[in-house]
Ligand binder design. Structure first.
Ligand code: FMN
Length: 172
């Protein structure tokens, strides 16, 4: 059993790797968060930290690394849209996880009232107003109040497990 203490140097790097490895056992879906600076070009970032928070009021969260180039945008953003990815979205997920490559060019989008576009083929969309931002270590917790949502009738989610993409096994 590893204890989360504060080692230094190589031991610290080893401990951080072990911590990530342990977290990797928690299998998640994958989402793209879209937003745009006032009147600017929309961008998208791949995350697996999306989670539901509250049903009444409807709140969701995701966490943004403070080292992300998108931090200045999300510090100002009033809205964002959460797009839950399908199996077929692996390439989009990898592209929007690359540093400096958050453009939504050539991705089919739907217009939303908030101006943060939705990915047309996503399994579910949650259009959110930023409710709160909480400082949390090396991340910022972004809490969104869901203003509108919809979902597909079928499809299979893209999963993330132990640092790699996975898919649900075929049914039956
Ligand atoms: C499956 C997956 C999940 C990720 N989840 C998160 C996340 O929850 N929060 C986050 O800040 N970055 C997450 N990332 C990393 C960002 O997508 C990536 O660091 C970022 O887009 C590239 O750096 P930049 O934001 O500085 O351009 C994830 C990456 C992948 C591939």
């Amino acid at each position: 059993m590893s204890t989360v203490q504060k080692p230094a140097g190589e031991a610290a790097a080893d401990e951080a790797r072990k911590f990530r490895n342990a977290l990797g056992w928690f299998t998640t879906g994958v989402a793209v968060i879209t937003s745009c600076a006032d009147g600017g070009r929309p961008i998208g970032i791949t995350v697996n930290s999306f989670s539901s928070v509250s049903l009444d009021p409807p709140l969701v969260l995701w966490c943004l690394d403070k080292k992300s180039d998108t931090l200045p945008l999300f510090e100002k953003a009033k809205h964002f849209t959460v797009n839950v990815l399908r199996e077929e979205h692996r390439e989009i997920s990898s592209r929007l996880a690359r540093k400096g490559d958050h453009s939504l060019e050539a991705i089919e989008l739907l217009h939303t009232e908030s101006g943060c576009p939705a990915l047309k083929e996503a399994l579910a969309h949650f259009e959110c107003e930023v409710e709160a931002r909480h400082d949390a270590g090396d991340h910022v917790i972004m809490i969104g109040r869901v203003l509108k949502f919809d979902h597909a009738e079928d499809g299979r989610p893209l999963l993330y497990h132990r640092g790699g993409y996975q898919m649900l096994p075929p049914v039956g």
